[in-house]
Design a binder for this molecule. Sequence first.
Ligand SMILES: C[S@@+](CC[C@H](N)C(=O)[O-])C[C@H]1O[C@@H](n2cnc3c(N)ncnc32)[C@H](O)[C@@H]1O
Length: 224
Amino acid sequence: MSKSMAEPYVPALGVPFLTRYYDRVLALTLPERELKERLAEQAVGGLLDGGRVLDLGSGTGTLTLLLKQRAPHAEVAGLDGDPEVLEVARAKAQAAGVELDLRQGLSWEAPFEPASFDRVVSSLFFHHLRTEDKQRTLAKVHELLLPGGELHVLDWGEARSALMRLLFLPVQILDGFAPTNDNVRGRIVPLLEGAGFVSVEETGRRNTVFGTLSLYRAIRANAP
Ligand SMILES: C[S@@+](CC[C@H](N)C(=O)[O-])C[C@H]1O[C@@H](n2cnc3c(N)ncnc32)[C@H](O)[C@@H]1O
């Protein structure tokens, strides 16, 4: 589904009435836990003494919680456009006895101070954004990161076989072709480089029943 005037973002499962099933659908259809744990380890495994971490497009907060559990001394924030998923995330944080700074807002106008995060992390989020929205979101992420700060992403990646391309079609039908084409055509790395990130790499890949999920790392260069 494409974004509308009422919702300037694509909801978690493409259409609002499916949002309540999001956690169950993900757990049943994808190796969610394995991949989010890999992402959390990659992103905050080295943040032993604290720091600030932002989970962008944080949804129901599964990754946000994992980040806090993996880096307990860090301040962890989450941002999402959808108040419904934020309520689920708040309930999970409360049940886990964990403090998270969960805010509502759009990714390209994230309400945080420039150069205030050591890490920005995101899972299954960038494929919700059309190319120009990916670009303005990446410009914002670049602004939010400290020099030398890192962006870590888990999302649908390049389909390297006809089967993976075919399996990805249901995701495209649900979330829209315009936002998902960059992912499946392998354009995430060039988009990250185009936003000024350095040392951009795809760090891992996992084929699933809905196509290929990729992990990426990108660094905000130290000021010249
Ligand atoms: C597929 S869900 C992923 C949620 C979570 N990161 C996860 O891995 O389970 C994508 C999330 O991005 C949010 N979203 C989409 N576009 C957004 C935007 N431009 N700004 C903020 N949130 C957005 C949706 O509301 C949804 O919760």
